[in-house]
Design a protein around this ligand. Structure first.
Ligand code: DGL
Length: 256
């Protein structure tokens, strides 16, 4: 047994979608969540900047005694997961756009991917798309501006729907039947996305897959915890407004 916490980081509240899946699948694990919202969004930063921030976040979580780190950010994963794995002995789990299930199950041969510029421009994204999508058409859109709105608590209403319409219209015109949410912030605006998409389009996100992979790794590495009353601690460095909006009152939020 190993009752040290699982560490999770993101550029803000997006990783909470991953936190919830992990908490559900691994209810006896302590968890520390770090929101680097001071430096949000990561999506328009260059690779070097994303690497520096991800290294810093990982070191911070490791100093808190985390036994495993979950990079709950597609932008950080696609730009630096291999660098992080090389830099530390601790196991790292990442999150990537769910292209494989979309490419495998599409009937129209057209899938949409909504992600940040940093994710869409990364080598890892290019490799995955080439691996699975040689015979299908991917319509990629950089959801520029969405993360800022979500961090500011705008999850529905005309402002965000107008922006979403701009990104989703070309995908709908191209007859997509799967939309991959390639940013952990986007499941938080699922209701607004559903309002715009036709009913036949399936929305895919990666939270459950990341939780399953985290469980597999902690079992393989003998790191399973058995906390009867697990603790969940949330930290942020750019103010706690965004975390407060999406977490219930019984969670402890610390500003640093
Ligand atoms: N939630 C992140 C992702 O999955 C980061 C978004 C951002 O900071 O731009 O890509």
């Amino acid at each position: 047994m190993n009752n040290a916490p699982i560490g999770i980081f993101d550029s803000g509240i997006g990783g909470i979608t991953i936190f919830k899946s992990i908490q559900k699948l691994l209810p006896k694990e302590n968890i520390i969540y770090f929101s680097d919202n001071l430096n949000s969004p990561y999506g328009n930063k260059n690779k070097k900047e994303i690497q520096i921030l991800s290294l810093k976040n990982s070191e911070w979580l490791l100093n808190k005694g985390c036994k495993i780190i979950v990079v709950a950010c597609n932008t950080a994963t696609t730009n630096c997961i291999s660098m992080l794995r090389k830099s530390f002995k601790t196991p790292f789990i990442g999150v990537e756009p769910a292209i494989k299930p979309a490419a495998t199950n599409t009937r129209t041969g057209n899938i949409g991917v909504l992600a940040t510029k940093g994710t869409l421009n990364s080598n890892l994204f290019e490799i995955t798309s080439n691996d699975y999508c040689s015979k299908i058409n991917i319509i990629e859109k950089n959801g520029d501006g969405l993360v800022d709105m979500i961090e500011n608590g705008i999850l529905n209403g005309t402002e965000i729907e107008k922006l979403l319409l701009k990104f989703l219209s070309p995908m709908i015109k191209s007859n997509i039947d799967h939309l991959v949410l390639g940013c952990t912030h986007y499941p938080l605006i699922n209701d607004s996305i559903e309002k715009i998409l036709p009913n036949n389009v399936k929305i895919l996100e990666s939270g459950e897959a990341v939780a399953k992979q985290t469980k597999k790794i902690i079992i393989d590495k003998n790191l399973v915890g058995n906390n009867k009353n697990p603790t969940y601690n949330f930290y942020c460095n750019g103010g706690d407004n965004s975390l407060k909006k999406i977490l219930t009152n019984n969670f402890k939020i610390n500003t640093i």
